[in-house]
Design a protein around this ligand. Structure first.
Ligand SMILES: *[C@@H]1O[C@H](CO)[C@@H](O)[C@H](O)[C@H]1NC(C)=O
Ligand SMILES: *[C@@H]1O[C@H](CO)[C@@H](O)[C@H](O)[C@H]1NC(C)=O
Length: 266
């Protein structure tokens, strides 16, 4: 064997191996990519998902290129201020999501869409959440941690907590920073026994009633004014008729119509 033969016999399998590696990397880009600032670790046991850890990564928003096989996602201690609608809808294997110690202020209706069946734990504690859409947690089976947020206790919060699977646990840890009812401020949500939704409805009812009464009063006063005005006109008309020189009336001639109407009106 010449040295060339030897080199060729060794390098051809190497070339093939290299080529197949490149092809694999091209075909499965998501399996090999981890969002910037995060560490991705693959579990050694089923379902072989990824632990994606992006804690303390100075993130201002949720990474858009999260691997689809993420099982555990740590986004805690960042500066995330919003959870976009359907932010996690492609993460069908996600079981635990930690968003604690961020600056989230509110949550829309579809923030957690797609996680209904898989998610087991959602940590939203230590954020700036004041209010959430009434259906933000609807259909989630997960335990949701919502303590240490400046909650405004109102009807929407009551409905949102009502839709949670573990709502009692969550409600017990909600402290009302502000509230529809003055005396609830600073109190735990569970201690609030008023129905905040009925309260809102009653206020609307009162407003409706007052408006309707106002309209009614206006219509009545207009009718009264109108009748008065007409009476005045009729009287003047009658006086004018009386002042006319009277001519002898024919026996079969009917009485003057306007005279009759005037008489009726008076
Ligand atoms: C992924 O996270 C879970 C829960 O914290 C842990 O039990 C597991 O060991 C982690 N796996 C890897 C590969 O880091
Ligand atoms: C989420 O992360 C915080 C640290 O930032 C930690 O204290 C907390 O226990 C975590 N939550 C869950 C449910 O693991």
């Amino acid at each position: 064997m010449t040295p060339l033969d030897l080199w060729l016999s060794r390098s051809i399998p190497m070339c093939l191996l290299l080529q197949s590696l490149v092809l694999m990397a091209l075909c499965f880009p998501s399996a090999s990519m981890c969002p910037k600032g995060c560490v991705c670790q693959r579990a050694e046991y089923p379902p072989y998902g990824l632990n994606v850890t992006c804690s303390l990564a100075e993130l201002k928003e949720i990474p858009s290129d999260l691997p689809a096989d993420t099982v555990l996602l740590q986004l805690d201690r960042n500066q995330i201020h919003a959870v976009p609608e359907r932010a996690f809808q492609d993460l069908r294997m996600l079981r635990r999501l930690n968003l604690s110690h961020n600056s989230v202020e509110t949550l829309g209706e579809s923030a957690f869409v797609g996680l209904e069946t898989s998610l087991e734990l959602l940590d939203l504690s230590h954020n700036r959440i004041v209010s959430v859409h009434k259906d933000a947690f609807a259909r989630l089976k997960a335990r949701v941690l919502v303590h240490d947020n400046p909650w405004h206790c109102d009807c929407a919060l009551q409905q949102a907590l009502g839709g949670m699977a573990h709502n009692h646990e969550a409600a017990a840890r909600v402290l009302c920073r502000s509230s529809e009812l003055r005396d609830q401020e600073g109190r735990p949500f569970l201690a609030v026994d008023a129905d905040l939704c009925n309260l809102a409805r009653r206020t609307t009812d009162y407003a409706m009633l007052v408006t309707m009464f106002g309209w009614f009063a206006m219509v009545i006063s207009y009718v009264v004014y109108y009748v008065r005005q007409n009476q005045e006109d009729a009287r003047r008309h009658l006086e004018y008729l009386k002042s006319l020189p009277s001519k002898p009336r024919k026996p079969d001639e009917p009485e003057d119509i306007s005279t009759v109407i005037c008489a009726l009106l008076l």
